[in-house]
Ligand binder design. Structure first.
Ligand code: AMP
Length: 115
C-alpha cells in the first residue's frame, strides 16, 4: 500500500470527502479545487507512482479509472456540458503525489492548458 497521503486516505487515517468507491477505485474531492468540481480517482490496491511506471498488466486498472470518472460525471449531471480528465506525470506536469491519480475537472468552462 502506498505511503503517500493518498494511502492515508485509502486507509481512512486522514479525512477526505469520498464521492465514489468500488472494489478497486476511490474518488474524493481535491483539497485545493481548480474548478467547481474537482475529484481525484485513485487505485486502492495498486499504488503505481506515475503513469510512466504503468505496465501492460495495469491496462485494465487505468481504463477503470477513466470509466469511474465518466460514471461519476454522468451520475452528477456533468456529462452533457462536459468535463476534463487529467493525469500529471512527474515534475514538468506538476505531479506532487506519487500515487497515480486521475483528476476530473468540471462545472464551468475550463481554460485551455499547456505551457
Ligand atoms: P498532482 O499535482 O497531479 O500530483 O495532484 C495532486 C492533487 O492532490 C492536488 O490537486 C492536491 O490539491 C491534491 N491533494 C493533496 N493532498 C490532498 C488531500 N489530503 N485531500 C485531497 N486532495 C489532496
Amino acid at each position: 500500500m502506498s505511503d503517500t497521503i493518498f494511502g492515508k486516505i485509502i486507509r481512512r487515517e486522514i479525512p477526505a470527502t469520498i464521492v465514489y468507491e468500488d472494489d478497486d477505485i476511490l474518488g474524493f474531492k481535491d483539497i485545493a479545487p481548480q474548478a467547481p468540481v474537482h475529484v481525484l480517482f485513485i487505485p486502492k490496491h495498486d499504488a503505481i507512482p506515475t503513469l510512466d511506471d504503468a505496465r501492460p498488466e495495469h491496462a485494465q486498472l487505468l481504463g477503470r479509472l477513466m470509466l469511474a470518472a465518466a460514471d461519476y460525471a454522468r451520475r452528477e449531471g456533468l456529462a452533457q456540458d462536459g468535463y476534463r480528465v487529467v493525469m500529471n506525470c512527474r515534475e514538468h506536469a506538476g505531479q506532487t503525489v506519487f500515487h497515480v491519480h486521475l483528476h476530473l475537472l468540471a462545472g464551468a468552462p475550463l481554460g485551455h492548458f499547456g505551457a
